[in-house]
Design a binder for this molecule. Structure first.
Ligand SMILES: Cc1cc2nc3c(=O)[nH]c(=O)nc-3n(C[C@H](O)[C@H](O)[C@H](O)COP(=O)(O)OP(=O)(O)OC[C@H]3O[C@@H](n4cnc5c(N)ncnc54)[C@H](O)[C@@H]3O)c2cc1C
Length: 293
């Protein structure tokens, strides 16, 4: 542990990653690190840099598939108190990366702030949501983000704001590893009306998604002008199974992990789905979920 001497309290070796992901799949990380402060994060980045250790950043693992062999490097989770803070100043909110998105949505409803109720039902952290530009047909988080505080591989902290900060479908132009926090601008609204939107969104998700299963949300991005789920469905792949991985029969763009499932099963099933959709519709499906190998 000499690489991380002085940081032993926050570093674990050969730590299983499966419990940190929604799929509950995958092997261990060489190092699993939970910095409690920005200063500790800075030290972790420096030590990893000096020792050529690859850095991975973990949110709540709701868009992540970890290889069965795990990852060679250091997985960093920003979950200490400092990283879970949310500061409200009128219509402006500074939400730190480790804060829970769904709790933030409800806090905003309570305060009569509108703009992120469309993110109801999306699990994960604020950091993960910004990195993925999480959202759906009624909007994404990028619409309300004004700026982000970032940290690069040299542990330099800086702010990136719109218009330099650009969001697109499941994309943001952030090239450095760490999002520390995001500044959001919401608009005042009637809490009852906002709550109604939250409830409607929940009902729609409950009706269309296999919520009581181990899954990672949509596996593939929607190709331009089409819905990935509809193409997979039309290819007749609902219910298709490889090992313990199955294309959900409720929502064809979800792959659920059943008992005995491995990450390899999910990856093989994804490959077959891509192949069939390519053959039938000449469309290349691009993964939305991130795979750590
Ligand atoms: C049931 C279900 C429904 C879902 N529905 C939706 C939906 O409607 N719309 C949608 O967009 N997504 C959806 N998702 C996917 C997922 O919830 C989102 O992508 C979410 O924003 C991921 O957040 P996370 O904290 O879990 O990130 P993780 O899965 O842990 O990580 C995702 C990516 O973000 C990066 N990351 C995480 N934190 C940070 C940070 N602090 N700094 C830099 N990079 C970071 C990771 O390195 C990784 O690249 C769904 C998932 C599930 C399980």
């Amino acid at each position: 542990m000499s690489i991380f001497s002085g940081l032993e309290e926050i570093v674990e070796r050969d730590h299983p990653l499966a419990p940190h992901t929604w799929y509950r799949l995958g092997g261990p990380a060489d190092y699993f690190i939970r910095p409690r402060t920005v200063e500790e994060l800075r030290q972790v980045i420096e030590r990893c840099g000096e020792n050529h250790i690859r850095l991975y950043v973990l949110g709540f693992g709701s868009n992540l598939l970890v290889d069965d062999d795990g990852v060679r490097g250091a997985v960093v989770k920003l979950e200490g108190e400092q990283f879970g803070r949310v500061e409200f100043e009128g219509e402006q909110i500074t939400a730190w990366a480790g804060a829970e998105l769904s709790k933030l949505v409800l806090d905003c409803v309570e305060k009569g702030l509108s703009g992120i109720e469309t993110l109801t039902g999306i699990p994960g952290s604020v950091g993960g949501a910004v990195r993925m530009n999480a959202g759906g047909q009624f909007g994404d988080i990028g619409a309300v983000v004004e700026s982000v505080t970032l940290m690069d591989n040299q542990s330099t902290q800086f702010v990136k704001s719109k218009p330099e900060l650009i969001f697109d479908y499941r994309y943001v132009n952030i090239r450095v590893p760490f999002i520390l926090n995001a500044r959001l601008h919401l608009t005042p609204g009637d809490p009852e009306k906002i709550m109604r939107a939250v409830k409607e969104s929940w009902i729609s998700k409950k009706n269309s998604q296999p919520l009581n299963t181990r899954n990672c949300g949509c596996v593939f991005k929607n190709p331009s002008g089409a819905a990935a789920g509809a193409l997979i469905d039309r290819a007749g792949l609902k219910g298709m199974q490889i090992g313990g991985a199955m294309v959900s029969d409720k929502h064809a763009n979800f792959i659920v992990a059943r008992d005995g499932c491995t990450s390899r099963d999910v990856i093989r099933l994804m490959e077959v789905v891509q192949e069939r959709v390519r053959e039938q519709f000449d469309v290349e499906l691009e993964p939305e979920l991130e795979i750590w190998k």
